[in-house]
Design a protein around this ligand. Sequence first.
Ligand code: SF4
Length: 375
Amino acid sequence: MKQDQAGLYIHIPFCLSKCGYCSFYSIKSVNLIPEYIAALKKEIIYYRNVFSSFDTIYIGGGTPSLLTPAQLSDIFTAIDKNYKIDADSEITLEANPGDISLKYLKALRTIGISRLNIGIQSFDDKVLKFLGRRHSGQEGIAAIEAARKAGFYNLGIDLIYGVHGLRMKAWQNTLLKALSFRPEHISCYQLSLYSNTPLYKKYDSNNWRLPDEKTELKLFLTTAETLKNAGYIHYEVSNFARKDNLKSRHNQKYWRHVPYLGLGPAANSFLDNKRWWNKSTVKTYLKYILCGKMPVENTESLSAEQLQLETLFLGLRTKHGIDIKNYQTRFGVDLFSVKGAIIDRLIRNNILELKNGFLCPTEQGLAIADSLALI
Ligand code: SF4
């Protein structure tokens, strides 16, 4: 991976319905899509003197697969006019299984989408209904098969575990079903409950609980072992790739403080130790762009201390870990002289390990990655 090439994220904040567990902002007013694309094209131009080239583009959401190939092509034309896009760029689109036909997927290939990430979540209709997804298990399978037929050889799928009533055996069967398609990338997310979601209220009113710590750990380690035995590399808490070059190049930029530009409501950008983020609603975003104003909500300059904390937090969520020499060069701090005692203890407890000058989490460490940030 080229460390210094920036990535571009384009946010598509439209969803036809709201999934029960989702706390992300999105709206159902798909009639606004043409106006939204016109605004995005203006925002694309704003940054042409700040960023010059990208080697990853990630179209995320929301539901990017609600856009027609012509609308996506329109966005790409605007990007190509203003930035240099490397020939071997990773260009990802997030897709909802219910939206994608073979014809649609073939059209995506033609406009240069090289990587497809499908929000499968489960193959079980009962689980999908419970989560409030608007597709069936069969539609998920059909979407994967159509993606292969259309020529997508870099295919990612997302799955959710830790769902009420989904026993370990049923989750293992979901994994085996997913593996039968040999996707290049699998993301397995443990269900989280956010207080502003219908699923949170459902759990609350039924007095249901998320899996306890012990079950959570068992689910995590079983997932990791099943995918590892099938030849996948567990390279981040929730992410697995079949080969090194099939890890998400775009997401790795976020974890390594590589510059990125995010366009659309609530999108974040990072450059020269500065982070800025956009107005969060479509309405305000459109209003600002229409008046010729940057839709930026706020900017923060990260202090050396914040950057060090983020480097620890993000680095210890990845198998790659933290490059100890690089940490010292970047921050003028020897990690061992300030945190030697706790690091030694975590190494003794099989939570961290030292490998070729990198401080890395073990599988047990990845399972508790969030608390590792506190070292
Ligand atoms: S499709 Fe994705 S972004 Fe939209 S509501 Fe469902 S989980 Fe949220």
